[in-house]
Design a protein around this ligand. Structure first.
Ligand code: FES
Ligand code: FES
Length: 165
Protein backbone atom coordinates (compact mmCIF):
# COMPACT_ATOMS: atom_id res chain seq x y z
CA UNK A 1 0.00 0.00 0.00
CA UNK A 2 1.09 3.60 -0.51
CA UNK A 3 2.73 5.10 2.51
CA UNK A 4 1.79 8.50 3.80
CA UNK A 5 4.02 11.18 5.17
CA UNK A 6 2.58 11.69 8.64
CA UNK A 7 3.40 14.83 10.58
CA UNK A 8 2.36 15.30 14.19
CA UNK A 9 3.17 17.67 17.01
CA UNK A 10 3.60 15.61 20.16
CA UNK A 11 4.31 17.16 23.54
CA UNK A 12 5.52 20.29 21.78
CA UNK A 13 7.90 18.55 19.38
CA UNK A 14 7.55 17.83 15.68
CA UNK A 15 7.45 14.18 14.62
CA UNK A 16 7.38 12.82 11.08
CA UNK A 17 7.31 9.35 9.64
CA UNK A 18 6.33 7.39 6.58
CA UNK A 19 3.59 5.00 7.57
CA UNK A 20 0.59 3.24 6.19
CA UNK A 21 -2.59 5.30 6.52
CA UNK A 22 -4.32 2.35 8.19
CA UNK A 23 -1.78 2.08 11.00
CA UNK A 24 -3.39 2.83 14.35
CA UNK A 25 -2.29 6.00 16.09
CA UNK A 26 -1.35 4.02 19.21
CA UNK A 27 1.05 1.89 17.16
CA UNK A 28 2.59 4.93 15.50
CA UNK A 29 3.15 6.58 18.89
CA UNK A 30 4.62 3.54 20.57
CA UNK A 31 6.48 1.76 17.79
CA UNK A 32 7.59 4.54 15.47
CA UNK A 33 8.11 7.36 17.96
CA UNK A 34 8.87 5.39 21.11
CA UNK A 35 6.25 7.29 23.10
CA UNK A 36 5.22 4.48 25.38
CA UNK A 37 3.20 6.32 28.02
CA UNK A 38 -0.07 5.51 26.24
CA UNK A 39 -0.60 1.79 26.79
CA UNK A 40 -2.39 -0.87 24.80
CA UNK A 41 -4.98 -2.62 26.92
CA UNK A 42 -7.87 -3.88 24.83
CA UNK A 43 -7.17 -2.39 21.39
CA UNK A 44 -10.92 -2.30 20.90
CA UNK A 45 -11.83 1.11 22.38
CA UNK A 46 -13.08 -0.18 25.73
CA UNK A 47 -10.37 0.39 28.32
CA UNK A 48 -8.88 3.86 27.79
CA UNK A 49 -5.29 2.77 28.55
CA UNK A 50 -4.31 4.31 25.21
CA UNK A 51 -5.90 7.72 25.92
CA UNK A 52 -4.08 10.73 24.51
CA UNK A 53 -5.11 14.34 24.08
CA UNK A 54 -5.63 15.21 20.42
CA UNK A 55 -6.42 18.78 19.39
CA UNK A 56 -8.01 19.45 22.77
CA UNK A 57 -10.01 16.26 23.16
CA UNK A 58 -9.44 12.99 24.95
CA UNK A 59 -9.05 10.31 22.31
CA UNK A 60 -8.46 6.59 22.54
CA UNK A 61 -5.45 6.20 20.30
CA UNK A 62 -6.42 2.64 19.35
CA UNK A 63 -9.56 3.96 17.65
CA UNK A 64 -7.83 6.30 15.22
CA UNK A 65 -5.92 5.61 12.04
CA UNK A 66 -2.70 7.47 11.47
CA UNK A 67 -4.39 9.12 8.50
CA UNK A 68 -7.05 10.61 10.78
CA UNK A 69 -4.39 12.17 13.01
CA UNK A 70 -2.52 13.95 10.20
CA UNK A 71 -1.34 17.35 11.42
CA UNK A 72 -2.74 16.92 14.91
CA UNK A 73 -1.35 18.33 18.12
CA UNK A 74 -1.09 15.54 20.66
CA UNK A 75 -0.30 15.50 24.34
CA UNK A 76 0.55 12.29 26.15
CA UNK A 77 1.29 11.66 29.81
CA UNK A 78 4.95 12.34 29.01
CA UNK A 79 4.02 15.92 28.19
CA UNK A 80 2.23 16.80 31.43
CA UNK A 81 5.18 17.29 33.76
CA UNK A 82 7.07 20.57 33.53
CA UNK A 83 10.74 21.33 34.22
CA UNK A 84 9.62 22.30 37.75
CA UNK A 85 8.30 18.82 38.41
CA UNK A 86 5.30 16.55 38.06
CA UNK A 87 1.85 17.84 37.22
CA UNK A 88 -0.41 18.22 40.26
CA UNK A 89 -2.51 15.31 38.97
CA UNK A 90 0.57 13.11 38.93
CA UNK A 91 1.43 14.26 42.46
CA UNK A 92 -2.08 13.53 43.70
CA UNK A 93 -2.21 10.08 42.08
CA UNK A 94 0.96 9.33 44.01
CA UNK A 95 -0.25 10.84 47.27
CA UNK A 96 -3.69 9.22 47.19
CA UNK A 97 -2.49 5.86 45.87
CA UNK A 98 -4.43 6.30 42.64
CA UNK A 99 -2.57 3.42 41.06
CA UNK A 100 -1.80 -0.18 41.76
CA UNK A 101 -0.17 -1.93 38.79
CA UNK A 102 -0.12 1.40 36.98
CA UNK A 103 -1.19 0.04 33.62
CA UNK A 104 -4.23 2.27 33.30
CA UNK A 105 -2.54 5.29 34.89
CA UNK A 106 -1.19 7.19 31.87
CA UNK A 107 -4.62 7.06 30.26
CA UNK A 108 -6.36 7.98 33.52
CA UNK A 109 -4.14 10.99 34.12
CA UNK A 110 -4.28 12.18 30.52
CA UNK A 111 -8.07 11.93 30.55
CA UNK A 112 -8.30 13.64 33.96
CA UNK A 113 -6.07 16.43 32.66
CA UNK A 114 -8.55 17.19 29.89
CA UNK A 115 -11.56 16.68 32.18
CA UNK A 116 -10.26 19.38 34.54
CA UNK A 117 -10.00 21.77 31.60
CA UNK A 118 -13.53 20.93 30.45
CA UNK A 119 -14.84 21.22 34.00
CA UNK A 120 -12.30 22.85 36.33
CA UNK A 121 -14.16 22.20 39.59
CA UNK A 122 -16.16 18.99 39.13
CA UNK A 123 -18.29 17.22 41.69
CA UNK A 124 -17.45 13.62 42.53
CA UNK A 125 -20.29 12.48 40.31
CA UNK A 126 -18.97 14.57 37.42
CA UNK A 127 -15.52 13.06 37.86
CA UNK A 128 -17.01 9.57 37.80
CA UNK A 129 -18.99 10.37 34.67
CA UNK A 130 -16.06 12.13 33.01
CA UNK A 131 -13.75 9.19 33.67
CA UNK A 132 -16.24 6.52 32.64
CA UNK A 133 -14.32 5.64 29.49
CA UNK A 134 -11.24 4.60 31.44
CA UNK A 135 -11.16 1.22 33.11
CA UNK A 136 -8.85 0.05 35.87
CA UNK A 137 -8.34 -3.67 36.01
CA UNK A 138 -7.03 -3.35 39.54
CA UNK A 139 -10.38 -1.65 40.32
CA UNK A 140 -8.77 1.11 42.38
CA UNK A 141 -11.47 3.57 41.42
CA UNK A 142 -12.03 5.17 44.83
CA UNK A 143 -8.48 6.42 45.05
CA UNK A 144 -8.42 7.51 41.41
CA UNK A 145 -11.49 9.68 42.05
CA UNK A 146 -9.95 11.00 45.28
CA UNK A 147 -6.73 11.88 43.49
CA UNK A 148 -8.57 13.79 40.76
CA UNK A 149 -10.74 15.68 43.26
CA UNK A 150 -7.65 16.54 45.30
CA UNK A 151 -5.90 17.85 42.20
CA UNK A 152 -8.96 19.93 41.30
CA UNK A 153 -9.05 21.38 44.81
CA UNK A 154 -5.40 22.41 44.60
CA UNK A 155 -5.85 23.84 41.11
CA UNK A 156 -8.76 25.90 42.45
CA UNK A 157 -6.64 27.24 45.28
CA UNK A 158 -8.19 25.15 48.03
CA UNK A 159 -6.42 22.97 50.51
CA UNK A 160 -6.96 19.41 49.32
CA UNK A 161 -6.84 18.08 52.88
CA UNK A 162 -9.65 20.43 53.94
CA UNK A 163 -11.71 19.23 50.97
CA UNK A 164 -11.28 15.66 52.13
CA UNK A 165 -12.77 16.32 55.56
FE1 FES B 1 -7.44 1.67 23.38
FE2 FES B 1 -8.16 -0.08 25.27
S1 FES B 1 -6.30 0.02 24.16
S2 FES B 1 -9.25 1.66 24.56
FE1 FES C 1 -3.79 -1.58 37.51
FE2 FES C 1 -5.43 0.45 36.98
S1 FES C 1 -3.83 0.36 38.44
S2 FES C 1 -5.18 -1.34 35.86
Amino acid sequence: ADKMHLKLTINGEQFETLCEPRELLIHVLRERFNITGPHIGCETSHCGACTVDLDGKSVKACTLFAAQAQGATITTVEGLASPEGMHVLQEMFREHHGLQCGYCTPGMITRAWRLLQENPDPTEEEVRFGMAGNLCRCTGYQNIIKAILAAAAIMNGRDAAADDA
